[in-house]
Design a protein around this ligand. Sequence first.
Ligand SMILES: [Cu+2]
Length: 152
Amino acid sequence: MKTRTLTAATLLALAAAAAQAETTVQDAWIRGTVAQQKATAMFGRITSSTGGRLVAASSPVAGVAEVHEKAMDGNVMKMRAIAGLDLPAGKAVELKPGGYHVMLMDLKQTLKAGDMVPLSLVVEGKDGKRETVEVKAPVRALGADAHDAKKH
Ligand SMILES: [Cu+2]
C-alpha cells in the first residue's frame, strides 16, 4: 500500500511537470461576424496527450464563452451548452460547424477576416488538475463556409 501511494505521488509530480504540453490546439479558427452580431464560434482540433475534458473557455472579445454541441433533436438541429467535452488520450477531437464548438457570446467587437483572437481553453485532467491552453485563432470570413452553415 505504501509503495502504491508513493507511486501515485510520483506520477502526480511528473504530470504537474509536464502539464504545459498536455493539450494542443491545431487549426483553430473563428467564424467572422457582421456589425451588431453578438455571437459566433471557435472551431479547431484539440488533442490531450494524457486525456481530459474541455470544461471552460474565455476570450477578451466575448463576455461569455461556452462549450457547445450541436445535434439533431428530432428533425431540428439544436445547439446547447455542455458541462465538458471529453478528450480521449492522444486522440484529436474536432470542433467544427455542425458539431462541437466553443460558443462566443456577448461579443464586444466585430470580428473581421484576418483578425487574431486570443482564447483561453481550460482542460481538466483525469487527476482533476486544470490546465489553461492559450490559443490564437484567426478569423475567417463569414461566407468562407456558407455552404456548411446552411447545411447545418
Ligand atoms: Cu453554440
